[in-house]
Design a binder for this molecule. Sequence first.
Ligand code: 5GP
Ligand code: ZN
Length: 112
Amino acid sequence: MLVEDCVFCRILRGEIPSDKVYEDDKMLVFRDIEPKAKVHLLAIAKEHFAFLSDADERGRELVSYILFKIPEIARKNGCADGYRVVINQGADAGQTVFHLHIHVLGGEKLPW
Ligand code: 5GP
Ligand code: ZN
């Protein structure tokens, strides 16, 4: 189910444009509007889950599905030499969009 005032649900409904790099029946990957690396992708489920910490069984299946699609998507989008996968969970991590999303950062040597 999608949520009315969620920015990523709005992207899924096509109400906000996005630079899509991959889509299937379960997930969407698009470019972050404020990239923190040369390549910065966001991978989301086509269902609304706010947090990793409250994903139910369906959410867990989707997160796993998305996670293991990422290697191929990253390789095809300029991250053949490596990339970082990040999930910001909650306030201390600076989560700003409460629709679970997986950041894929790469395209350059990343500082740690
Ligand atoms: P968070 O800090 O919640 O893990 O990351 C949210 C990310 O979503 C941020 O990197 C931010 O730049 C990105 N973002 C927020 N609004 C939009 C939008 O409307 N379009 C796109 N493409 N990215 C967005
Ligand atoms: Zn949402």
